[in-house]
Design a protein around this ligand. Structure first.
Ligand code: NAD
Length: 290
């Protein structure tokens, strides 16, 4: 039988995304051979072995990446710089390094300088997730039917990119290659702004007077509940996303604030036609999204 596409894989960070990828890799012997997990949490390492998600688990990432053909970073964005510095000298020549971070320019800025010559860095971002975290929250179908965006710097070895494409294809994803700055602007509106608004609404409700707050919880079966589900997402991950996609997020908040102000004015002056026109336009756009 032919050897697997990646004879040895090291996966750093075994939370929702990392453990879901581990499940994908474990399910397909033609994709990955040995799988070594690394997580700074000893409890996560122990759990990963209990779940059978890796052959070995290390708290020291440098030990985990030694000899690996593919190294996947699945840690919060803010951890990438130190992690890359720690593993850089231990990466095998010819190895492929990839990541799953939700912001791309900042991760490339932090990681690329630590990548030795002869190692291929292919940054990626699966557009898939839930509001849960940790190794028990992962599942193999998380990426099925979802997009994965790759943002390889110009000049990246096409064979390395093709292998990362194949990894995501096996996970069931559709793949798009994009320039990192473009990725960050697109995600600021499709993902980061909705999270910011959800966090804000829950914050506003939390600050209400006591008697109103209890009514919010009681009647939250309506819009509030659906709309704010994403506000339960991991605080560290989202802190890092906003700090690392600062410019694109600030730009989109500015535009959103202007639109909200226009809406406020239309409501104040009773501009029925303006409101109806806007809601008709947005309904038509929303219906085009499945
Ligand atoms: P998670 O909180 O479920 O897991 C993160 C894991 O990384 C934890 O087990 C933690 O112990 C470990 N970790 C943290 N710092 C580390 C370090 N320095 N060295 C080793 N391990 C470390 O998070 P997640 O949801 O799996 O997110 C991981 C990455 O995936 C983030 O960069 C995030 O931007 C990206 N991402 C998340 C989603 C989502 O919806 N959750 C979607 C797409 C991409």
């Amino acid at each position: 039988t032919a050897p697997p596409l990646f004879p040895r894989v090291a996966l750093v960070g075994l939370g929702l995304i990392g453990s879901s990828l581990a499940r994908v890799l474990r399910a397909d012997p033609t994709l990955a051979g040995e799988l070594v997990a690394a997580d700074r949490s000893p409890a996560v390492c122990a759990r990963v072995l209990e779940l059978g998600l890796a052959d070995r688990a290390e708290t020291d990432p440098a030990r985990a990446v030694a000899g690996a053909d593919l190294v996947i970073l699945a840690v919060p964005i803010g951890a990438c710089a130190d992690l890359a510095a720690a593993i850089g000298p231990h990466l095998k020549p010819g190895a492929i390094l990839t990541d799953v971070g939700s912001v791309k320019q900042a991760v490339i800025r932090d990681v690329a300088p630590q990548v030795p010559d002869g190692v291929h860095f292919v940054p990626g971002h699966p557009i898939a997730g839930t509001e849960h975290s940790g190794p028990d929250a992962g599942f193999a179908d998380l990426f099925r039917g979802r997009w994965c965006i790759l943002t390889p710097p110009p000049g990246t070895d096409p064979a390395a990119v093709a292998k990362v494409v194949e990894l995501w294809r096996r996970a069931g994803s559709m793949i798009e290659v994009m320039e990192p700055g473009h990725h960050d602007r697109v995600l600021a509106i499709t993902s980061h702004l909705p999270h910011l608004i959800a966090y804000t609404i829950v914050g506003t409700a939390t600050d209400l007077e006591e008697h109103l707050k209890s009514e919010v919880i009681r009647f939250s079966a309506s819009g509030f509940r659906d709309f704010t589900r994403i506000a339960a997402s991991d605080p560290v991950m989202w802190r890092d996303i906003f700090l690392n996609n600062r410019e694109a997020v600030l730009e989109i908040i500015q535009r959103f604030t202007e639109d909200l102000t226009a809406l406020q004015r239309a409501i104040r002056w009773g501009e029925a036609e303006t409101l109806e026109q806007l809601f008709t336009r947005t309904r038509d756009i929303r219906r085009g999204i499945i």
